[in-house]
Design a protein around this ligand. Sequence first.
Ligand SMILES: Nc1ncnc2c1ncn2[C@@H]1O[C@H](COP(=O)(O)OP(=O)(O)OP(=O)(O)O)[C@@H](O)[C@H]1O
Ligand SMILES: Nc1nc2c(c(=O)[nH]1)N=C(CO)CN2
Length: 164
Amino acid sequence: MSRAVLSLGSNLGDRLAYLRLAVEGLSDVLVAASPVYETAPWGVTDQPDFLNAVLIVESPELDEWGWLRRGQALERQAERRREQRWGPRTLDVDVVTVDGVRSEDPELLLPHPGTPSRATVLIPWLAIEPNAELPGHGRVADLLEALPRNEIDDVHRRADLALR
Ligand SMILES: Nc1ncnc2c1ncn2[C@@H]1O[C@H](COP(=O)(O)OP(=O)(O)OP(=O)(O)O)[C@@H](O)[C@H]1O
Ligand SMILES: Nc1nc2c(c(=O)[nH]1)N=C(CO)CN2
């Protein structure tokens, strides 16, 4: 059995529909889906706001590479074009962590190295797993606490939007 945390992001087109496409595509393995958050863009700041969410998924069959491939298949379904790094996209599926697996392969870095500094991942994750830990980095709640207040304030729960 492997358990993964996946982060979803979209800031092009019908953002909620793209997140839902991912949730529906993972319905056979879905354990929990976070609320939806509207978030100011980081990295490249001159682009539309994102919708972000986090999913917890479990499967007896998939290892970490299997999760990466499932995520990439969903990105292709969303007709994602790979253009600018950190630029706008219909759907981004990142593998945040898979059990305690560590990987330094550039095709699959685990835990995803952006996680400790991204309120857009930590906040939705905490909403569905308050005691979550990021292997090698400690408690997710502590990671969030260490972030600058303005980055936390840039993440807004959209109670009017639901993934399913
Ligand atoms: N944990 C991971 N989850 C998803 N993709 C990963 C992971 N580690 C490495 N990658 C690689 O990253 C590449 C995709 O990068 P992508 O264009 O989505 O980056 P980005 O979303 O712009 O930036 P970031 O990875 O910092 O969020 C893929 O080639 C994939 O193999
Ligand atoms: N708010 C927010 N900003 C981003 C995001 C994201 O998911 N949310 N993803 C990016 C590329 O991975 C770049 N910037």
